[in-house]
Each structure stands twice: as C-alpha cells, then as structure tokens.
Write a protein that binds this ligand. Structure first.
Ligand code: PMV
Length: 335
C-alpha cells in the first residue's frame, strides 16, 4: 500500500461555526465561511502496514500515547477511512497505520491546527488506501473528525453548508484564491496550549441567552460576507468579521460555563488594531477559541501591520499567511 504525504493549510473563519445540532455527526448549528491560510500548514505522512499491531501516531516529533484522547481521535478517524475501504473491498483495508504529522504553527492555541491536521489525515489516508473519493466526500469524512477540517479540504474562500444530514453538510469553494489577495497576520500572544478544547466548548453554546439571537441573524450575515467578498469590499468585510468575532466571544462569555479565553496580550492587540485603523492602516481582527488573533489586511498594509504587532510588548511572535489552496500531495515523506 502506498505511503502518502499531504500538505494541508489551516483556515480562519470569517463567520464562525459554533454549536452542533448533532454531536456524533458534527452537524453544525449554522453555516460558516472561511479563508484557507497558506503559511499555517500541516504536513502528514500516512502508511498502512500489515506488520503493525496498532496505529502509531507521531506529532511534532513526539509519539502520542495510544490511550490519549488525541491518538484515539486519529484512530477513530482512520477507522472511518478503513470502513469505507472495506466496503469497497480494498486489499489491506484492515491494516493499522503509521501517521507522522508536523505543523508550521503552534497547535492547540486556537489557530485551528485540528482543521489542517484532520484534513491532511483524511486526504493522506484516502490516497494511501487507494480510495477514489470526491472533494465533497472528503469534506464529509473530514467533518466527522473536526468541524474545521470539513472546510480545510477546499481552497480559497470556503463555505460550509449547514445541512440537516451528513450528506448535505459539507464545504465548497465559493471563490478561488486568485479572486482576491487578502493577507493574514497572526499575532501569537502565547504558545501554551489552551485549557478547553473547542469540542468541549461547542456543547455549551446553546446555554448562552444570546445564542438564539445569533442564530436568527446568521444567515443574513453569511449573505453579507459573501457579497463583500464578491465585490472585494474590504472595509465592509472587515467590519462584519470583527463584529462577528466579538459576537462569538460574547456567546462564550455568557455560556453556562463561561469561557474567558483572552489574555492581556489579546486585548493589547485589539486596541492596536483599532489604533492602526484610526491612522488609516486598514486591518481587522478575528479570533477563534483561544487567545491568539488573526489580523486581516491588504497587501499594501501587511508589512506595517506585522511590524506594529510584533513591536507590542505582549506579542511573542507573528506569522503571516496568504490565501491558500486545497491540500496537495508532496513527494518528501516524513518517514
Ligand atoms: O472545529 P472545531 O471543533 O475546533 O471548532 C472550531 C470553532 C471555531 O474555530 C471557533 C470557529 C470556526 O468556524 O472555525
């Protein structure tokens, strides 16, 4: 069976997925829109082997213990892929796999490493098993491992369709990466791992008194974002994206178990972004379930935004990303 290596990029949600209407299938309460980020990448090599007695997972050079939640999540996803291969009567469909993965950005800090990680795993496992699957099927499979991964199998500007069934909840590209050159400067204020995973957070979303208000308005918001992207109206897009990030965090703050995820550095970056805008440097922040921020800007402002953020006392480092493409197979294997 073929050893396969895939490079997949992470994404940043412009309109966030928060709350699930089906826990097991990971069907989201609402649709979402994101951009794929080249520069925040995961590379994963997968090989199914007859001689293995269990799956072996290495992340960032470290072997992950089989009993850990992380390794079990990987194995569970490999089982999904193996089940499909068994249905299609592929030889070796029941073999265990060696998986080696590495990221170019910190994982578990709210930068969607599970998105690029699970998208890379799905693609690599599908190719290694010789499965002939469409992008839609890859998206549906990835979704069951990580919501965000369902978008990371696509390229450019991506929409995840809400959907009431597994077959109707998948992502597709709404505009290719060539449509519009937007830049993302990531401000890392801490590289330590967050204490609560998104998987846990999603379960309390509905307990916020503002959740229903959000749901009532979200379809319209998605349409406005799509329109701003279609028209390449950065001011309009930025305003919606920043307001959406704050609305999303207001849900986190007012859920039954409040999630106060921001660090002092997070707020410092937010203030700097507002200040830059007052000075005519167009940029807008957004933030997922974590403390690190994504600052969207245009190519002409990127260098200055990067410099200003890096100069802040509470910013540890910055990373820059451009709009990325869907996962691709590469020839340099990790083992
Ligand atoms: O895919 P998960 O379970 O890590 O959830 C991601 C949720 C957000 O990042 C906050 C929003 C999103 O749409 O990416």
């Amino acid at each position: 069976m073929k050893k396969t290596t895939i490079q997949a990029s992470s994404d940043i949600a412009l309109i966030k997925y928060w709350g699930k209407k089906d826990e097991v299938l990971r069907l989201p309460e609402n649709g979402s829109i994101s951009i794929i980020l080249s520069g925040l990448d995961t590379v994963t090599t997968v090989e199914f082997r007859e001689d293995l007695i269990q799956d072996q997972v290495f992340i960032q050079g470290e072997e992950i213990e089989n009993v850990s939640i992380e390794a079990q999540r990987v194995s569970k996803h490999l089982d999904r892929m193996r089940d499909l291969a068994k249905e299609r009567k592929i030889t070796g469909a029941n073999w265990f796999a060696k998986v080696v993965s590495k990221n170019t950005f910190p994982r578990g800090t709210g930068l969607s490493s599970s998105g690029s990680g699970m998208a890379a795993l799905t693609y690599a496992a599908a190719r290694a098993l010789g499965l002939d699957v469409s992008e839609k099927e890859l998206s549906i499979l990835s979704r069951q491992a990580s919501g965000t991964a369902c978008r990371c199998v696509c390229g450019g500007f991506v929409e995840w369709l809400d959907g009431d069934t597994s077959d109707t909840s998948y992502s597709h590209t709404i505009f290719s990466k060539e449509h519009w050159d937007i830049r993302d400067v990531v401000a890392v204020v801490d590289e330590g791992r967050k204490k609560i995973s998104s998987t846990e957070g999603h379960t309390t979303a509905q307990t916020s008194p503002f959740f229903k208000v959000r749901q009532d308005r979200i379809k319209q918001k998605i349409e406005l974002v799509k329109q701003a992207i279609a028209e390449k109206n950065f001011t309009e897009l930025g305003k919606i994206v920043e307001a959406e990030a704050l609305e999303f965090h207001s849900i986190l703050l007012t859920s039954e178990v409040p999630l106060i995820l921001w660090y002092p550095g997070t707020v410092q970056v937010m203030h700097e972004v507002q200040k830059m805008r007052e000075e005519g440097i167009e940029c807008y922040f957004t933030i997922n379930t974590g403390f690190n921020l994504h600052i969207l800007t245009l190519p002409e402002f990127e260098a200055e935004v990067n410099q200003r953020l890096f100069a802040l006392p509470l910013v540890v480092k910055t990373l820059t990303a451009t709009i990325g493409d869907k996962p691709k197979e590469i020839s340099e294997h990790l083992f």
